[in-house]
Ligand binder design. Structure first.
Ligand code: C2E
Ligand code: MG
Ligand code: MG
Ligand code: MG
Length: 283
């Protein structure tokens, strides 16, 4: 057994750790190759109004692995954040989403849809973030007013002046901002009044048991009232059944996302889904 670690650390080497390190290194190398070989794809999940009209879609990245098949983001985004791949990957996601907006621009009602893109903290806090978004918009010709960026609380807990400066720069172009997974992070409510947000997203963990857990119901109701009083829109994620939707609707929630309406789908399936529904202007 080898002794590792610094002055005060006593850490015994466990051979299984080596396997972990190797497995991680393999995945990391695979991720860089995946980017180069264009193995990432976007799936899109509809965001709907109370009457079921589609307002927009959230772009959710997947890794189309040659052997493992479709790998969900939970299995590679954290690693991509650690190893820095999130910067080029995040850039690719933005460009792909903007290209999709541009492809919809000539269609009378698809052009009204918003595409929401997830932005990780490391990506948002990088000094080139605003320039990257602007470049993606310009290169594609997408309407900035159709782009929504989903930030998490971890993006906001740093220098609030710097954060709001970045948000304002993009807001001036028409880009919208949602606060994803709201209530699960560490941010203080003070951020809500200082940052130019447009929408709060009620996290799936509060929606899941909303019908049976009075605490979850209370938190969801509180978020809806808070958003309303701050002049923000509110969307619930992870809505799986009509009873959850109805509960949220009775409490004033205006938009919804979840398996009840549709799972995230590849672009062809999404477009078929959209065609099968009537839609209306999102903004
Ligand atoms: P998120 O942004 O909170 O996305 C919502 C997640 O909930 C998605 O998982 C979606 O498929 C899932 N979901 C939606 N409706 C339901 C439902 O009714 N029931 C259940 N059980 N799940 C539902 P997904 O696609 O696996 O993404 C997981 C997370 O990965 C996302 O959470 C987001 O944080 C991250 N992510 C996805 N794409 C990107 C990306 O392009 N960039 C970054 N930085 N993160 C991403
Ligand atoms: Mg999201
Ligand atoms: Mg979310
Ligand atoms: Mg979530």
């Amino acid at each position: 057994r080898a002794k590792l670690g610094g002055r005060n650390a006593v850490c015994f080497f466990d051979p299984s750790m080596l396997a972990d390190v190797r497995a991680r290194a393999d995945v990391e190398a695979g991720l860089w190759i995946a980017l180069e070989q264009r193995q990432f794809v976007l799936h899109y999940q509809p965001q709907v109004a109370a009457d079921g009209a589609v307002l927009g879609v959230e772009a959710l990245v997947r890794w189309h692995h040659p052997v493992r098949g479709l790998v969900p983001p939970g299995e590679f985004i954290p690693l991509a954040e650690e190893c820095g791949l999130i910067l080029p990957l995040g850039r690719w996601v933005l460009e792909a989403a903007c290209a999709q907006l541009a492809a919809w621009a000539d269609d009378p009602w698809r052009s009204r849809l918003v595409i929401a893109v997830n932005v990780s903290a490391r990506q948002f806090l990088h000094e080139d973030f605003v320039a990257g978004v602007v470049a993606a918009l310009e290169r594609s010709g997408a309407d900035p007013g159709r782009l929504d960026l989903e930030l998490t609380e971890s993006s906001l807990v740093t220098d609030v002046d710097k954060v709001s400066e970045k948000m304002e720069a993009l807001k001036a172009l028409g880009v919208g901002f949602s606060l994803d997974d709201f209530g699960t992070g560490y941010s203080s409510l003070a951020y809500l009044k200082r940052l130019p947000l447009d929408q709060l997203k009620i996290d799936r963990s509060f929606v899941r048991d909303i019908l049976v857990d009075p605490n979850d119901a209370a938190i969801a109701r509180m978020i809806i009232v808070l958003a309303d009083n701050l002049g923000l829109r509110v969307i619930a994620e992870g809505v799986e059944c009509e009873e959850q939707r109805d509960f949220l609707a009775r409490n004033g929630c205006s938009s919804y996302q979840g398996y009840l309406f549709s799972a995230p789908q590849p672009i062809d399936a999404l477009e078929a889904f959209l065609d099968a529904r009537r839609s209306r202007p999102a903004r």
